[in-house]
Design a binder for this molecule. Sequence first.
Ligand code: NAD
Ligand code: UGA
Length: 464
Amino acid sequence: MEIKNICCIGAGYVGGPTMAVIAQKCPEIKVTVVDINEKRIAAWNDNDVENIPIYEPGLSDVVAEARGRNLFFSTDIDSAIEEAEMIFISVNTPTKTYGIGKGMAADLKYIELCARQIARVSKTDKIVVEKSTLPVRTAEALKNILDNTGNGVNYQILSNPEFLAEGTAVEDLIDPDRVLIGGDIDTTKGKEAVMALVDVYAHWVPNERILTTNVWSSELSKLTANAFLAQRVSSINAMSELCEKTGADVNEVARAVGMDSRIGSKFLKSSVGFGGSCFQKDILNLVYIAKSFGLYEVADYWEQVIIMNDHQKKRFAANIVKTLFNTVSGKKIAFLGWAFKKDTNDTRESAAIYVADYLLNEQAEIVIYDPKVKEEQIYADLDYLNSRTEEENRQRVRVVKDPYEAGKEAHAVAVLTEWDEFKTLDWKRIYDDMLKPAFLFDGRRLLERRTKEELGFEFYAIGS
Ligand code: NAD
Ligand code: UGA
């Protein structure tokens, strides 16, 4: 089965970059990315490719190469569905904020809406690909909706979870560790559908890295991978607190431990806590699924990863208060970084939000500099918590375009995101402009202690 037209529903952090790379690597396939968000689609179509809505190193070049050739962004969802033989669903699957499973389960309403729209519009057979991260056995529900509300056409459901990390999305897509495709491999039609998707990836991914499994293994592998990655961060963060009490240094411990080839060195970087749209959401979802099967020990085991992460964010903030003589009321704290990691403008679940909220509750004034995050996003993140009025957030939090401006007359500077540019700032200038004693809190183990102490900073770093 040859694929000539692909439609992707959802032009977000996954849909946009993933489809841009597919279009770049498969010039003979027409790829149309659709979204209900008109503003987002307009930004993807902006004449100046630097204005696309997602910042990812290398992405604007890929978009520039393929857009208008075989890559299109549109709000005409029906036409794109109708035209395509293969439809990726790449919409958001956030944690439910209401009803049964509130705060734990994945909210599948956007997925269901897509399924109903596909069923309504389709007049020819379709391969529907789950690209969003979904609870295990969602494909069953999708198939049910498609078969029962459709026009009698045949649907094959595949699971093709995405493993890209933000900040390195293009690199991860072009050279993935593996591509995972789950399908109904026991039937001929199912096998054909799997092969059709394998053929798309085989344009650039070596065959031995394209893994095919049954649908349920594929769905569950995605949740498992994120849970394992987050667990490593929580494990090293748990050790960071012990390091601070014992004189050990978490970077040295991580290095020593990571050189054991059975453990490996990646994802052992201690931090102010993991953020991002997925780790917490996917683990909560895993916990919910385990509980729904009565597997309470399994649920508790994974929930601890989240509990540890919340503790890490809180203790970083509490340490700032304690160090600043037990009060930050009316004191100015400068934040360097707001994104949940470097090289992205994404702030979802960023540790910085929670640290700021804690300090604002202690009546601090906060000034924020982030090289890629817009002012309106920062206020939206704080408003979303509902901890205080929107007006108060704007009175007590200032967003600036210059890191030196942030540091001016601050009582403390806190590094919340590991942007490379923070390493080479003129730290003497920052020190000179600050109130004394000048406190510097490194939540990312980004800065060198010795040079900062030599300048006169009172320096605190996670895990040492
Ligand atoms: P996102 O919020 O950036 O994008 C989702 C898009 O879907 C939005 O633009 C939204 O307007 C659109 N949408 C929602 N309902 C729609 C509908 N009915 N019709 C058309 N468009 C609709 O989300 P994201 O970060 O791209 O994540 C998408 C999925 O991929 C999630 O399940 C997530 O868990 C998973 N995932 C994300 C990442 C990541 O790095 N962000 C990595 C791997 C997997
Ligand atoms: C993560 C996974 O790495 C991807 O494989 C997955 O596709 C994605 O989630 C998803 O499903 O959304 P992402 O959240 O974009 O990707 O970024 P990561 O590099 O995993 O970082 C997540 C958080 O953990 C960040 O806040 C980061 O700063 C933190 N982290 C990461 C650490 O604190 N220490 C580390 O050693 C690694």
